[in-house]
Design a binder for this molecule. Structure first.
Ligand code: PEP
Length: 250
């Protein structure tokens, strides 16, 4: 079995300005020793993807986007950004199906799947987000909900899945290491059932309130190939601390 290369990804959401891209140079200064051991990715708002890709030149920092259109063809769709356009300006990855898009924009598994297909067609690696709400967890439905999201949202192997319990995002609560490991095993088994060994080989990230203080513990959870980080990706020092907490680097 080929070892999966860890991936630490940052999602800036709708934060940041052009001037803030200076954080990329600071981040690379702090993390260059990690470049041999793992992938580091930052996903700024779409408006800054091109500038971020330029700022990251000469480093191993990868740049991605936070969403893309489900439609691949150039067409009359005001406000939409195609995966091919994101690739054209330097993105290598794109997050799809983040819980904020699912809840605030009503994105369904079927739409997320189309976005992931469009990303793959454009040569981008989609990071497909799944995760249960607190109500679903309290009702004992984690396995049912997460497995269904994986089955319905993931179109093929060659993707990354981010397990992001909705209740753990943007707060200060995380699942236990055992709960994280169980969810990752479930996701891996579900991918394997759909796509065989190629599915089993997918990288699976944990996301939801990862920060410098808890990253090392989260990385001990079985099957966790890295993290998708929100707030703590905005400051180079915080994101670097998470990267450097990974056992592949330490
Ligand atoms: C996220 O929104 O993907 C996320 C994980 O956010 P935070 O790290 O801030 O909880």
């Amino acid at each position: 079995m080929v070892a999966r290369r860890p991936l630490i990804a940052g999602n800036w959401k709708m934060f940041g300005r052009l001037a803030g891209l200076g954080e990329l140079a600071a981040l690379w200064d702090l993390t260059r020793q990690a470049g041999a051991a793992l992938d580091m990715l930052l996903c700024p708002p779409a408006a800054y993807v091109n500038a971020a890709a330029v700022a990251a030149r000469g480093t191993q920092l990868l740049i991605g986007a936070q969403d893309c259109s489900a439609v691949s063809e150039d067409s009359a769709r005001t406000g939409e950004i195609s995966a091919a356009m994101l690739a054209d300006v330097g993105a290598a990855y794109v997050i799809v199906g983040h819980s904020e898009r699912r809840s605030l924009h009503g994105e369904s598994d079927a739409l997320v799947r189309k976005k992931a297909e469009a990303a793959l067609a454009a040569g981008l690696t989609p990071i497909i987000c799944v995760g249960e709400t607190l109500t679903q967890r309290q009702a004992g439905r984690v396995e049912e909900v997460v497995a269904a999201q994986v089955r319905e949202s993931v179109p093929a192997a060659g993707i990354v899945v981010a397990y992001e319990p909705v209740w753990a995002i943007g707060g200060d609560r995380t699942p236990s290491v055992e709960e994280i490991a169980a969810a990752h095993a479930l996701i891996r088994d579900t991918l394997a059932a759909s796509f065989g060994e190629a599915g089993r080989a997918a990288r699976i990230l944990y996301g939801g309130s990862v920060g410098p203080k808890n990253a090392a513990e989260i990385f001990t959870a079985a099957g966790v190939d890295g993290a998708l980080v929100g707030r703590a990706s905005l400051k180079a020092a915080d994101f670097a601390a998470i990267v450097l907490a990974h056992p592949a680097v330490r």
